[in-house]
Write a protein that binds this ligand. Structure first.
Ligand code: SF4
Length: 361
């Protein structure tokens, strides 16, 4: 439909009907068997798409199944204890997504009778639901002809039309949203969008795309002009900031001290071991001699942290939790297992069982 396609803003030579037919036929043959695809109701699509933002599919598979077992409905998620939600999110990272998911579930229960809305405007008013997630819910769960652009489909679309400017920002992606809108079919939009994502994940990969196996090779501008490795152009990288920190494992009568990360910290709501100096936490405890028990590196956004882990014993437990000290707790090894910990906190926790017991610190 070249005339219609030109009116929809597609470049000359790109026929939406050809792309749709090729991609949907390829998807029928090769669609990945992913747990959220078996029954794509709005809640399952929403949870899976939220998990898939910034987390690899292989990690999400198991976490999704466990999360849906723990919180099978919007109502169950809304009513759950936030710590249980954060615990179920462990391993996926970016915990803000979990907090927003639950906050949105509560709004859905209070304002939408427990049903996720089926309009883009209402969906995007919910915490954590942006343009992409709303489009995924509408197209996959409701088969609405709504385009999507995310990490994988962005690359396919950019190469398909030869878009050689940097992408990955709202402004940079805007031309690709227009291309996606011009391509999405009126029916089977959900399959088409998932096919685009699958193609980007398995064939049109960032490096060495498998053009010989690509159903769109015949209409791909990057392939035709030999620019597949140059598209999409990378965004300028942020400089990495190196930091050194010390985590303190304080032991007192078979328990260790943990603190809850506060609003404005990276892992708000999760538990972690105190990081030095932590004067407010450790000053009242009469600490013994410190010794190093481990050291590792981890990365958060563009920060690379060199974390030294030291342990020591405490003569006193300090004041009881209450005003001013509610963010800390003494926990034994079993409670530590159950606690939603930061990812470095979980690594430090693996050192704890060897410390508990008389005379170990
Ligand atoms: S032909 Fe190659 S570069 Fe073009 S969409 Fe297919 S895999 Fe990607």
């Amino acid at each position: 439909m070249p005339d219609e396609d030109a009116a929809r803003g597609l470049p000359a030579g790109l026929d939406s009907a050809v792309v749709q037919r090729a991609l949907l036929a390829w998807y029928r043959r090769t669609a990945r068997d992913l747990p959220w695809r078996r029954d794509p109701d709005p809640y399952r699509v929403w949870v899976s798409e939220t998990m898939l933002q910034q987390t690899q599919v292989d990690r999400v598979r198991g976490a999704f199944v466990a999360f849906l077992e723990a919180f099978p409905t919007v109502g169950a998620l809304a009513a759950a204890d936030t710590e249980a939600v954060l615990r179920a999110w462990e391993g996926l990272g970016y915990y803000r997504r979990a907090r927003q998911l639950q906050a949105a579930a509560r709004v859905v229960m209070e304002e939408h009778g427990g049903q996720l809305p089926d309009s883009e405007v209402k969906l995007r008013r919910l915490p954590g639901i942006g343009r992409y997630t709303a489009a995924a819910i509408l197209s996959i769960a409701h088969d609405r002809p709504v385009p999507i652009v995310e990490a994988n489909s962005r690359r396919v679309l950019a190469r398909l039309v030869g878009h050689d400017r940097p992408v990955g920002t709202a402004a940079g992606d805007e031309p690709l949203w227009e291309v996606a809108a011009g391509l999405v079919p009126r029916r089977r939009a959900g399959s088409f969008n998932q096919a685009l994502m699958d193609l980007g994940a398995t064939v049109c990969t960032p490096r060495q795309p498998l053009c010989g196996r690509c159903p769109l090779a015949g209409c791909c501008a990057a392939h035709a002009t030999g620019r597949r490795d140059a598209i999409p152009a990378p965004l300028p990288r942020r400089a990495v900031i190196e930091r050194r920190e010390t985590a303190l494992v304080v032991v007192h009568r078979g328990r260790v001290l943990v603190r809850r990360c506060q609003a404005g910290e990276w892992w708000e709501g999760l538990w972690d071991f105190p990081r030095l100096p932590a004067a407010d936490l450790v000053a009242p405890l009469s600490l013994g001699r410190r010794r190093e028990i481990g050291r590792f590196h981890y990365t958060v956004t563009h920060h690379r942290i060199d974390l030294r882990v030291v342990s020591c014993s405490a003569m006193r437990a300090g004041p009881r939790a209450g005003r001013g000290v509610a963010k800390r707790a003494w926990v034994d090894a079993r409670a530590l297992e159950e606690l939603p910990l930061t990812s470095p906190g979980r690594r430090v926790a693996r050192l704890v069982p060897a410390l508990l017991g008389p005379g170990r610190v």
